[in-house]
Design a protein around this ligand. Structure first.
Ligand SMILES: [Zn+2]
Ligand SMILES: [Zn+2]
Ligand SMILES: [Zn+2]
Length: 100
């Protein structure tokens, strides 16, 4: 629920992100381009707001493409992929190498 207009928002990052921009709350300047639905946070950048919303939702945005486990951090996903699936991503080419 939005603290400003008290409307219900789906607990989906993209839905909330849209609302942080479209909410009727009056914006004093551009740094209020996106306003958080539940705390004082506000930002001009939609990317920053997306990250911020995820913190509230406790989402795990990183999904292992091999077993569909979810992780809250990219480095955790990467180490999982290495350990469980023995797949190493080359930083230079971005090509996956499967170790046999
Ligand atoms: Zn609102
Ligand atoms: Zn917030
Ligand atoms: Zn996996």
């Amino acid at each position: 629920m939005c603290q400003y207009c008290l409307c219900n928002i789906n607990k989906v990052t993209e839905e909330i992100l849209k609302h942080t921009k479209s909410c009727e709350y009056p914006r004093p300047d551009v740094s209020f381009n996106h306003i958080c639905f539940t705390c004082d946070y506000h930002t001009y950048m939609s990317e920053s707001m997306r990250r911020h919303i995820r913190k509230h939702l406790g989402e795990k945005p990183f999904v292992c493409q091999y077993c569909l486990l979810t992780f809250s951090r990219k480095d955790r996903l990467n180490s999982h992929v290495k350990v469980k699936h023995h797949i190493y991503k080359s930083n230079l080419s971005g090509i996956s190498i499967v170790k046999k």
